[in-house]
Design a protein around this ligand. Structure first.
Ligand code: MTE
Ligand code: MO
Length: 325
């Protein structure tokens, strides 16, 4: 599949907003680390509205290159403030503002990731060693939550396919699963076991993980991931509902069997494994035909595969899309 660089016309209709300035700055500087005027712009997430969210010493990520980003003419970046104060991260509580408010004590460093299961190169790696061999790319993606709201987020991440390859999955491996850290002392939601069975688990078929759109994100808006967005590393698969994007990953496992993802375990009539965005298949309790773009007044139509059909449609050839909720 051909991956295109984002075209100038994709953003030509933007108004002059902090988000627009962020994009221009990235385009002209070629890398966020060189930006001189960043403080004046006030868009860098050094702190959230709720106080310190970044680990000590962390901040802008140097050397981010522009990666594949495809936006519609009417897509604008969602304000950083909304991206960091309207979240789903049940480990910190079930309210949209809970993750921003309750994640200040969470320590995303030091951090290790265990890679195990059906692969030739299992191991436990420090986050830096996990990330180091790869180039960090900016990927501006729509994110569509199964609850029918959406955002446009400029992620900084690493292609998941390259990561998977490094650990040399065996021929018997058909899936890859991911687990969120369990740390109830820092995650108040995990002290209440009725919310979800911890750890939060998600998974992909290996060919989905190899699709060039899939990334593990380590940042957004050019800076390290805020805790509430899944620091220090989370999955981003923009053609699927947001719950597939498992946060604060400490384990990646290669398996032969389809992983049992958390929301499917919680509520199998309502949530499945594939969870591809599909405006023609309603949630049992609400329509998926339209969505509320955070920051906009009018609802907009939801797009098949969240607008990424061209990139991922072939993964599901022959599957009954109505059954792959
Ligand atoms: N560990 C964990 N990962 C999670 C969730 C969660 O509750 N726990 N919520 C998911 C849901 S439903 C969505 S919509 C996205 C939200 O990501 P954001 O808060 O960075 O926008 O994270 C997903 N990843
Ligand atoms: Mo979601």
């Amino acid at each position: 599949m051909l991956i295109r660089q984002k075209k100038k016309s994709d953003v030509a209709s933007y108004e002059i907003t902090p988000q627009k300035l962020y994009l221009d700055r990235r385009r002209f500087m070629g890398g966020i680390g060189l930006a001189a005027g960043s403080v004046a712009l006030g868009v860098m997430p050094r702190t959230s509205a709720h106080g310190a969210v970044l680990p000590p010493g962390a901040g802008e990520i140097p050397g981010i290159v522009n990666g594949y980003s495809k936006l519609g003419e009417k897509d604008e970046l969602t304000h950083l403030n909304a991206v960091t104060t309207y979240n789903n991260f049940y480990e910190f509580g079930t309210g949209k503002e809970d993750p921003g408010v309750n994640s200040g004590d969470f320590k995303p460093r030091p951090w290790q990731i265990k890679v195990d299961g059906l692969c030739a190169k299992p191991g436990t790696l420090d986050l830096d060693d996990f990330v180091k061999p790869h180039t960090i790319e900016e990927r501006i993606y729509r994110m569509r939550c199964v609850e029918a709201w959406s955002m446009v987020i400029p992620w900084a991440g690493i292609p998941l396919g390259d990561i998977v390859k490094r650990f040399e999955p065996l021929g018997s491996a058909k899936y890859v699963s991911f687990e969120t850290i369990v740390r109830p002392e820092e995650m108040p939601g995990q002290r209440r076991s009725h919310i979800l069975p911890w750890p939060y688990v998600e998974g992909l078929r290996l060919d989905e993980a190899a699709n060039p759109l899939a990334i593990l994100a380590v940042g957004l808006y050019g800076a390290v991931l805020p805790n509430q967005n899944g620091a220090p590393v989370r999955l981003v698969v923009p053609w699927k509902y947001g719950f597939k994007g498992v946060k604060s990953i400490v384990r990646m496992s290669f398996t032969e069997e389809e992983p049992k993802n958390t929301w499917q375990v919680m509520n199998p009539p309502e949530y499945g494994f594939y969870a591809n965005v599909n405006p023609t298949v309603d949630h049992p309790r609400w329509s998926q035909a339209t969505e509320r773009r955070i920051g906009e007044f009018f609802r907009r139509e939801t797009l098949m595969f969240n607008g990424y059909q061209e990139e991922v449609g072939q993964l599901y050839a022959g599957m009954d899309l109505a059954k792959n909720y």
